[in-house]
Design a protein around this ligand. Structure first.
Ligand code: NAP
Length: 465
């Protein structure tokens, strides 16, 4: 969204603006920063059992209210309702992961014995600014807040301007889960306010999930202030299919992996790299699968493909598809806006995009798939890695040696063999190259916003148990 995007709920299935919100003024931002700083002074010293009890209650609330929260996501950004409810339930699993494991993960690590022995502890940093995207409006926030708050930090959320009610709902859930006043707050502000907030001494670090452009400006503002950042940016994940793969499963998964969340997932499979021996069969079956998707109102549980989140996203996707086709890519399906109210784009398949065309080099954020042919495994790995991004990757093969090569040689933060890339609280998640840096989830996500401190004792002092 642009710096001037209004903070509003606009139903993407109809184009109707339902509610608008006044952005917080400087005085309100200042009050919230002050509240965060004073909340941190208490929260950092709260016993770990108090912090894990709060994150467990948050998980329980997310689960108990998943239908209501799912409906809010569907309303504000068009996610099909079944997936929206699942998203709220998945947030609960991340909360429970940290409630169950923080004790073990945050326990001091003792090294050595006697004089000079020491321990390593993880201590919270302070108020962290979280700038988040609309595409998984609960999951992206919870996967930051569950570990960060459990580690003793406090959070300030600047959510996407098109999901203000989701942002306020998360703040409300945190209050009801028992987090003390100021430990988690939402800032209803536009993106233009972010650099100024990052300049404030009360903010110690920032995390962003979003586009490359937002990543560059947040990294620049944080760099100016020497503040730590975690960046989860875009992706153009490869999905490689080798001749030994289970074709039926690979095609079915490929369709889901491309169109999950109406095609707007950072880890959606976007580039399908198929061995030339099976490329014809894969392409025919894949186009059939894309054509068969039920398009419709995201509030209808039968809908498989809903609208994009905004009309601007439709314009951008259409530009990328038409430019790629004009440069010589083959259009096999779709390639047009749907003739109905709302931000709908047809399921689209293009093949053999020329080097440098948008389909070959940019992230397509919508239901548009790109198919490439590979001569052999070396060629498949070369095409897969020929991307500025490195978020996720999938490879389909029945050959263990090939699987190992894909696992080790694909340039990505996560590689799935014979499956669809997905996040899971037990595994670290993040990217390399222009997909960003840092990790979320698992122990890595818990430690990102901590001071890993070494304490060593001599002179006859033994560090207490
Ligand atoms: P976006 O436009 O970058 O927005 C993300 C957040 O950044 C929003 O809160 C936005 O606020 C803010 N923002 C935008 N420009 C900014 C700037 N110059 N300075 C400070 N803040 C700024 O991204 P999006 O379109 O919402 O999300 C889609 C992108 O996110 C895709 O590239 C997708 O791949 C990526 N993504 C990555 C992951 C991952 O885990 N790696 C997960 C999900 C999505 P406003 O709304 O007010 O503009």
């Amino acid at each position: 969204m642009s710096a001037t995007t209004p903070i509003a709920t606009t139903n993407p299935a109809t184009g109707e603006t339902i509610r608008t919100f006044e952005p917080y003024d400087d005085a309100e931002i200042d009050r919230r920063l002050a509240r965060a700083a004073s909340a941190f002074a208490g929260w950092r010293r709260a016993p770990l059992a108090v912090r894990t009890a709060a994150v467990r209650r948050l998980g329980d609330l997310l689960d108990a209210e998943k239908e209501r929260l799912g409906a809010l996501m569907t309303l504000e950004m068009g996610k099909p309702i079944v997936a929206a409810i699942e998203e709220a339930a998945k947030c609960a699993t991340a909360c429970r992961y940290y409630a169950d494991n923080a004790d073990r993960l945050l326990a001091p690590r003792r090294i050595g014995e006697g004089d000079g022995a020491g321990e390593v502890v993880h201590q919270p940093l302070g108020p962290v600014l979280a700038v988040m995207p609309w595409n998984f409006p609960f999951w992206q926030v919870v996967r930051f807040l569950a570990p960060a708050l459990t580690a003793g930090n406090v959070g300030l959320l600047k959510h996407s301007s098109n999901v203000p009610q989701c942002a306020l709902a998360i703040e409300d859930l945190c209050a009801r889960a028992g987090y003390p006043d100021g430990v988690f707050q939402t800032l209803l502000v536009g993106s233009a306010a972010v650099a100024r907030i990052l300049d404030d001494d009360r903010i110690v670090a920032a995390t962003l999930t979003g586009s490359e452009g937002a990543g560059r400006s947040i990294a620049a503002a944080a760099g100016r202030n020497l503040k730590k950042t975690v960046l989860e940016l875009g992706g153009s994940d490869p999905f490689v299919v080798m001749p030994s793969a289970d074709m039926v499963k690979a095609v079915k998964t490929a369709v889901t992996a491309r169109t999950i969340n109406n095609g707007q997932s950072c880890i959606a499979a976007k580039r399908f790299i198929v061995h030339e021996r099976i490329a014809g069969e894969f392409t025919t079956r894949f186009v059939e699968g894309m054509k068969a998707l039920r398009v419709g109102d995201p509030a209808d549980p039968e809908t498989q493909l809903g609208p994009l989140a905004t009309a601007t996203l439709v314009d951008e996707l259409h530009r990328q598809v038409t430019e790629s086709v004009a440069l010589g890519a083959k259009l096999l399906l779709g390639g047009k806006r749907l003739d109905r109210k709302g931000a709908f784009y047809a399921a689209t398949v293009i093949a053999d995009p020329p080097e440098g065309s948008p389909a070959a080099s940019e992230e397509l954020f919508g239901p548009a798939a790109v198919i490439f042919r590979a001569r052999d495994i070396d060629d498949a790995i070369r095409i897969a890695n020929d991307s500025p991004f490195g978020l996720g990757a999938a490879a389909w093969t029945a050959d263990a040696a090939e699987a190992r090569r894909f696992g080790l040689e694909l340039e990505a933060g996560t590689v799935f063999i014979n499956g669809m890339v997905a996040s899971d609280p037990r595994f670290p998640f993040g990217g390399i190259k222009r997909s960003g840096y840092g990790r979320e989830l698992a122990s890595e996500g818990l430690y990102e916003f901590t001071n890993t401190k070494t304490i060593r004792a001599g002179g006859g002092i033994t560090l207490s148990e």
